[in-house]
Design a protein around this ligand. Sequence first.
Ligand code: MLT
Ligand code: ZN
Length: 484
Amino acid sequence: MSAEDGLPTGLREQLRARLGPKGMVEEAGDIVPHLSDWRGLYHGRTPCVLRPASTVELAAAVALCHAAGVPMVPQGGNTSMSGGSVPDASGRQVVVSLARMNRLRALDPVDMTMTVEAGMVVRTVQDLAVEAGCQFPLAFGGDGTAMVGGMLSTNAGGNTTVRYGNARELTLGLEVVLPDGRVIDALRRLRKDNTGYALRQLFIGAEGTLGFITAAVLRLFPPVRDKALALCAVEAPEAALALFRRFRDRDETALRAFEYISGSAMRLVLERIEGTSLPLAGPAPHYVLIDLAASHPQAGLRGFLEAVLEEALDAGEVTDAVVAESEAQRQAIWRLREETPEAQRRAGASIKSDVSVPVSRVPELIRRCFEAMPAIVPGAEPVAIGHLGDGNIHMNLQQPPHLSAEAFMAHAEAVMNAVNEITGSLGGSFSAEHGVGRIKVKTMAKWRGGAELETMRRIRAALDPEGLMNPDVLFPPATGHRAP
Ligand code: MLT
Ligand code: ZN
């Protein structure tokens, strides 16, 4: 190996010959965007970025890296919240970008499936589905940049899980390049296919530790033909849960999203994001966004929404509410929810969590975390948003003005531990939808240790004995399978 190059002798030439000039990024300046995560928490190095244009090219490049014992880090839109898609500082890990593999391979409105490559942006999947008279329902804040490979590798959830499930539930088939370059072609678009282990489920959520997801068969649904949306002010988390139960009880199938926004999160968005305004009489301690959708054009969702909100106002669950009057207002209200991560970024550093609890325990989670977090960093404000209908709340803490970002982030572990302790005591998970990435590997040992983690390590060892795939994510360093 040439120390400067970071690659074993001869490999660079072999990769160039196989991938061609468009298939490799080698200029230092062009490599830079691939080295840091969206949140700016991790900054690594890589000898080059591979950009294969097809599964055949990727498989060949992976076989070459595997034979040379070179670690590989898959990367899509690089929007990971957990540092899951950037290389470490060794300068040995090769970043493999799936961005050029972004084709639509098939769309069948009868089977209601769409076969897409891993580098397609999630928003493009949504748009193509709509053009075909269907919908692909998975939606989340970063979906304008995030790509299908990352969406599946983290088993993304987002705003519509309450109705349609996570990425896992929306995937029928997969194509995967294994760590040694062999290809599993299981792009079947079948609702029933019980032929042994459901291998696709292993790769979904594996965060790139078992191979590269290169293409997927995604499920489509009938289009949305009727919709209604409300933003509600509520006094307490218990009222937000009562409101969720009320809507679920009246018509579970109408709910498309049921989102929670803390008063602090709303304030941050209104302060930091241009063009936003609160469409209610005044600020509230907590807010809930309710999005209803149906494929029946005369489902009467607007009337239904107003009637149930009326009951909730009478019951004291809601103190104020606005129903969107137009598509523009609907989007403006969704913006108040979706811009929170950006508002937090603009306001300084933030300690983020991505926890889930049984939905019945959400109020207790919010209350206890709101008390515990500022007790660790006095003066820091908890900023919480999330998918209340799934029990998935992001309990974040914002950098206070009197602390530098560095001094504040020094408390990250203590804050995350406190949130995880509370979550664990409520029967929850420390990692609901962002993935474990690099940021939560230590937490894996604590909360998924024992037979659960051991079984995962055995699966990893069976598919990637050399530990070449995304070596720094998911597994705690002491027990992970690192390349020698
Ligand atoms: C969201 O739901 O907006 C993101 O997943 C959460 C975050 O930035 O904490
Ligand atoms: Zn989220």
